[in-house]
Design a protein around this ligand. Structure first.
Ligand code: YH5
Length: 285
C-alpha cells in the first residue's frame, strides 16, 4: 500500500518546502584541506560547481557536512567545522535560490550557519549534544531528528534491538517531545530512521519495510540510503556500483511516504522519484 500524503509545508528559514511532493536533497562533498592541493578557493569553487549541478538536476535542498561520520574517521575541531561549513553555506545562499541543510551536531555551527541563511539543521545526533537544542531553538530553523544506536566510531560493531521499529519510534518520540518542550514548533520537525547508524542489514530492511509505521506523530520522513552498505550487503556491490539498488530504495521510500530523499546521485534519483510520483498521482486521482 502507498501512503496518503498530507499537504503540509516545512518552514526552512527564508524558504518553505511544499511537502505534498517528495524532495531530493543533494549531498555536497566538502573536501578536507589535506585532500586538496589547490587551496581554499579551488575547493570552494569545486563545491559550488557541484551544488550548481545538483540544483540543475532537480535537488531542492543541499546538505553540507563538515564532519565525517565514518567509523574511525578523525574528529574535527569545532573551529575547523565552522571554517569548513559556514563560508560554504554563505557562498551557496549568495548564488543559488535553495534550502541549505547543515549536517552537524555542533551548537556553534548551527548558530553560525543560521546567521548566513541555512534553512534546516540535519543532526544525526538529534540535538543531543550539550547546547545543540538551545542553538536550534534560537536559530528558528527546521530540524531533522535522526535515530542512531551508539556513536559513529562503534555503532556497527554489534547492533542489537529487541524490536528495531519499537525502539526507533520510541527514541524519535522522545526527541520530538524534547524539541516541543524546548520551544521548536511541531511543523518544523522532520524524522529520520537513520539507516546504517547502528543497524545490521536485517535491521535496516525491517525498518525500511515498516516505514509507514514510523509516523505515529505524522511528521515528515527523510530517508538517507544513498550508496550505503545496506545496498552493498544486500546486493554484494562495492560503493561505486550501488546506484541501481539506491534507486530501487528511493522509489520504495516514495511509495512508503518519505518526503525527503538524501542522495549523492541527484539526476538519477529525481527521475526515479518523479516516475514513482506520476504513477502514484494516477492511483489517487
Ligand atoms: C542519513 O541517513 N547519513 S552521513 C556510508 C556510506 C555511504 C553514505 C559508503 N548523514 C545520513 O551518507 N543525515 C549521513 O557507505 C545523514 N540521514 C541524515 N539525516 C553517512 C552517509 C554514508 C555513509
Amino acid at each position: 500500500m502507498t501512503q496518503a500524503r498530507n499537504n503540509s509545508r516545512l518552514p526552512c528559514g527564508d524558504r518553505e518546502l511544499d511537502l505534498s511532493r517528495t524532495h531530493v536533497m543533494g549531498i555536497l562533498n566538502i573536501t578536507p584541506d589535506s585532500f586538496s592541493d589547490g587551496g581554499r578557493y579551488t575547493r570552494r569553487d569545486a563545491a559550488l560547481a557541484h551544488a550548481e549541478q545538483m540544483l540543475a538536476a532537480g535537488a531542492t535542498l543541499i546538505d553540507i557536512g563538515g564532519e565525517s561520520t565514518r567509523p574511525g574517521a578523525a574528529l574535527v575541531s569545532v573551529q575547523e567545522e565552522i571554517d569548513r561549513v559556514v563560508p560554504m553555506v554563505e557562498a551557496i545562499k549568495a548564488r543559488f535560490d535553495t534550502v541549505v541543510s547543515i549536517d552537524t551536531s555542533t551548537p556553534e555551527v548551527i548558530s553560525g550557519s543560521a546567521a548566513v541563511g541555512a534553512g534546516l539543521i540535519n543532526d544525526i545526533r538529534a540535538l543531543c549534544r550539550p547546547g545543540a537544542m538551545q542553538a536550534a531553538v534560537d536559530s528558528g530553523l527546521a530540524v531533522c531528528l535522526m535515530h542512531m544506536q551508539g556513536d559513529p566510531q562503534t555503532m556497527q560493531q554489534a547492533p542489537h534491538y529487541d524490536s528495531v521499529l519499537v525502539q526507533v519510534n520510541s527514541f524519535l518520540e522522545q526527541r520530538v517531545q524534547a524539541c516541543l518542550q524546548a520551544g521548536i514548533e511541531r511543523n518544523k520537525l522532520v524524522l529520520d530512521p537513520g539507516f546504517g547508524f547502528g543497524k545490521s542489514l536485517q535491521h535496516n530492511l525491517e525498518l525500511f519495510a515498516a516505514m509507514p509505521q514510523l509516523q505515529p506523530l505524522d511528521l515528515p520522513i527523510l530517508v538517507g540510503v544513498s550508496r550505503k552498505s545496506m545496498i552493498g550487503q544486500a546486493l554484494d556491490r562495492p560503493v561505486d556500483q550501488r546506484l541501481p539498488g539506491g534507486l530501487a530504495l528511493a522509489v520504495l521510500a516514495v511509495t512508503k511516504g518519505a518526503r525527503i530523499i538524501r542522495v549523492h546521485d541527484v539526476a538519477e534519483t529525481v527521475d526515479a522519484v518523479r516516475m514513482a510520483e506520476a504513477v502514484m498521482a494516477a492511483e489517487q486521482g
